[in-house]
Design a protein around this ligand. Structure first.
Ligand code: KIV
Length: 288
C-alpha cells in the first residue's frame, strides 16, 4: 500500500515547531535517492548545501560550487522529497556582486528547483541583500558564525563567538538579520551560550550546526554523520553509520565474485527461447 503523503512542511510549520519546542530536524542531501530516504524517514528540512562541492565533487572547499551545479541537484532533491522544507544554498559569489544578481540567482532556486527558501552566508555587511531578497518575496535563512565561504578571510575553519566580544557581535548581528527580514537563522560552530541567547530572543527558527543544544533544530552534513566522509570530522558531528566501510566491502565482494567467476551466475542471465541457441553460429571474418 502506498504511504499516505504527509502535509507539506512550510515556514509556518517550522515556526509552530519552535513555539511548541519540538526540535526541527534537518540534514543535507544532494541527490534524488537520498532525498527519498530522508523524506520517508519524516525529516522536516533538507538543505542542498554548497558542501556538495566538497563531499560530492571532491573539492577542498565550498568555493567551487556554482549555480549551474547547484540548481539541477537541488531540483533532483525536490523530486525525491516533495513535502520537506527545501533550502537551496546560494553558492560563493552568487549574491555578492549586486542585489540584482542575488535576486536573479535566488529566484532560480525558487522557480527552477522549487525551493521553499534560500540560505546565504554572511555577517552584518549583507543586510541590504537580505532586505532585497525579502522584498522580492524570497524567504532567506542567514548562515552565521563559521562561514565556510569566508575561509580565506578567516584564515581557516574556526568556531566563532568564543569570547564575549565576538559572541555579542553574533547576538547583535542576529537581531539585524531579523530586522532585515530573514525568515530563519543558521549558526555554525558557535558555543551554546550565545546560541541560546539568539534562539531565545527571536521568533525565527534558529538551526544549529555545532551550536549546542539550545537551538530550535540541528543540521549536519549527511556524508559526515553516515560515516561516508574520509578523514577527521568536525567536533560537533556524531556518527550514525559506517557507510564508507560498507560500500568498500560491497565493492571488494563484487570484484572477488567476478575474478572467481561467481558473478554473473545462471540466475543473472536472460534465457533464449527453446531451440534458438542451436541456430547461432560465428559471423564470418570480413577481409582486411
Ligand atoms: O553547505 C552546507 O552543507 C552547510 C551546512 C554545513 C550547514 O552550509
Amino acid at each position: 500500500m502506498a504511504m499516505a503523503q504527509r502535509e507539506k512542511i512550510t515556514l509556518a510549520t517550522l515556526r509552530a515547531r519552535k513555539k511548541s519546542r519540538i526540535p526541527i530536524t534537518m540534514l543535507t542531501a544532494y541527490d534524488f535517492p537520498t532525498a527519498q530516504i530522508e523524506e520517508a524517514a519524516g525529516i522536516d528540512c533538507i538543505l542542498v548545501g554548497d558542501s556538495a562541492a566538497q563531499v560530492v565533487l571532491g573539492h577542498s572547499s565550498t568555493l567551487q560550487a556554482t549555480m549551474d551545479f547547484m540548481i539541477p541537484i537541488t531540483a533532483a532533491v525536490r523530486r525525491g522529497a516533495p513535502t520537506a522544507f527545501l533550502l537551496g544554498d546560494m553558492p560563493y559569489l552568487s549574491f555578492h556582486v549586486n542585489t540584482e544578481e542575488a535576486i536573479r540567482n535566488a529566484g532560480r532556486f525558487m522557480a527552477e528547483a522549487n525551493c521553499d527558501c534560500v540560505k546565504v552566508e554572511g555577517d552584518a555587511r549583507i543586510v541590504d541583500t537580505i532586505r532585497a531578497l525579502t522584498a522580492a518575496t524570497i524567504p532567506v535563512m542567514v548562515h552565521m558564525g563559521l562561514r565556510p565561504q569566508a575561509v580565506h578571510q578567516a584564515g581557516g575553519y574556526r568556531a566563532q563567538g568564543r569570547d564575549a566580544k565576538s559572541g555579542q557581535r553574533l547576538i547583535d548581528e542576529a537581531r539585524r538579520m531579523e530586522d532585515a527580514g530573514a525568515c530563519a537563522l543558521l549558526l555554525e560552530a558557535v558555543p551554546p551560550e550565545p546560541a541560546r541567547i539568539i534562539a531565545e530572543s527571536t521568533d525565527l527558527p534558529v538551526i544549529g550546526c555545532g551550536a549546542g543544544p539550545y537551538c530550535d533544530g540541528h543540521v549536519v552534513v549527511l556524508h559526515d554523520m553516515l560515516g561516508l566522509t574520509a578523514g577527521p570530522l568536525p567536533k560537533f558531528v556524531k556518527r550514525y553509520g559506517d557507510i564508507r566501510d560498507q560500500m568498500a566491502a560491497a565493492v571488494r565482494a563484487y570484484l572477488a565474485d567476478m575474478v572467481d567467476r561467481r558473478y554473473p551466475a545462471a540466475e543473472h542471465c536472460y534465457q533464449m527461447e527453446p531451440g534458438e541457441a542451436a541456430k547461432l553460429h560465428p559471423a564470418p571474418r570480413s577481409n582486411p
